[in-house]
Design a protein around this ligand. Structure first.
Ligand code: SF4
Length: 353
């Protein structure tokens, strides 16, 4: 089961005191006396990540634009992708999580509780984005891990369901927190996506998350409620039995959800900014195996060699395509890794088979 969030300290931006969502969240933590702050920006400072993930800031989203274009992923999946960031950072603990470096200067878990105002701005901004766009909430947070205390899904899913425009909302999660979704009117405008790895990797590297069995069970429940499901095998991690383990994972996916119920799948290899390796070694000293096979390259990332990336992507893509030839499959961020340069590239062949 996804570990519940148990903050040790809570701050409230003066601007959101008494908002309904602020009070709702505070109601889950009656034993913590929150501190009201005038300027949450003062708390946007570097802090030790494990400590920072135990703090909670309830704040006001002030920016006029609530959607940010997310071009790197958009390029990978061939559609415009935007990010709607209502939560920042995550209480789960994946050893490789890129937020450890990305949010190093602003790590406290922050929830923007002025949801009515956010939806008003979203309604305005959404008119200007292209049809067929995907709006994700999993860029700087897990989309659903905190839904049991925020219930943001009950605001977002009906909002997208009511849109005339052909724009999809995507939740992306390593949790099994789907209870709130099951009774919502979704009009198939929300995709519920699960990030998956073999069980061996989940147990070794994804602490506090739901197990793979639990995530798949949650995917099955959402499919039964009529949602289209996404699966992201990302980051794929090299380990001794990767071939056998990813094959079994793909089999388990299709035993749970039929190809017709799948909106899309993606594959991506382990990658993180080079500077993050030091943070990971310090925070997770026992997890040396995660660094196995990573190379120092000319790229600003630590990742695997081009040959190993190609081998893992083409192999796992072939497992998927043999079970579901028509499923929409893309390789996430591989163009950033200079891999998808020509149509003769074996990756292009694998993905189009
Ligand atoms: S679930 Fe996602 S956001 Fe949370 S720690 Fe893991 S990788 Fe990071």
């Amino acid at each position: 089961m996804t570990a519940p969030f148990t903050p040790t300290h809570i701050y409230i931006d003066q601007a959101v005191v008494n908002l309904p969502l602020t009070n709702k969240i505070l109601g889950y933590f009656p034993n913590i006396v929150p501190q009201i702050v005038d300027d949450p920006k003062k708390f946007k400072e570097p802090a030790e990540m494990t400590w920072a993930k135990k703090g909670l800031m309830l704040a006001r989203h002030k920016a006029d634009t609530v959607l940010k274009s997310f071009d790197a992923v958009g390029e990978s999946c061939g559609r415009p992708v935007y990010s709607l960031d209502i939560i920042s950072n995550c209480h789960l603990e994946c050893t490789y999580c890129i937020l450890q470096s990305y949010l190093a200067n602003n790590p406290m878990i922050t929830i923007f509780t002025n949801i009515e105002e956010i939806l008003e701005k979203l309604d305005h901004q959404i008119k200007d984005i292209p049809d067929n766009a995907i709006i994700g909430t999993g860029r700087i947070a897990d989309s659903l891990a905190l839904d049991p205390i925020t219930n943001l899904s009950s605001h977002l899913v009906p909002f997208f369901a009511g849109l005339q425009k052909n724009v999809l909302l995507e939740f992306k999660t390593k949790s099994d927190s789907v209870e709130n979704l099951l009774t919502l009117e979704h009009n198939q405008k929300t995709i519920v996506s699960f990030s998956l790895n073999p069980e061996e990797i989940q147990e070794r590297e994804e602490f506090k998350t739901a197990t793979i069995e639990e995530r798949l069970k949650a995917a099955g429940r959402c499919a039964k409620a009529g949602y289209k499901i996404g699966f992201h095998l990302d980051p794929m991690i090299f380990h001794e039995n990767w071939n056998k383990n990813y094959r079994r994972l793909v089999e388990n996916i299709f035993e749970t959800v039929s190809p017709e119920q799948i909106a899309w799948m993606s594959l991506g290899l382990l990658r993180f900014p080079a500077r993050q390796q030091t943070i990971m070694k310090k925070r997770f000293p026992k997890n040396a195996a995660i660094h196995e096979g990573l190379e120092h390259t000319h790229l600003p990332y630590r990742t695997y060699s081009k040959n190993l990336r190609e081998e893992m992507l083409t192999t796992v893509a072939s497992f998927i395509k043999s079970r579901a030839p028509k499923v929409e499959l893309y390789f996430c961020m591989e163009s950033e890794m200079n891999l998808r340069s020509t149509t003769a590239n074996p990756l292009s062949v694998a993905i189009n088979q």
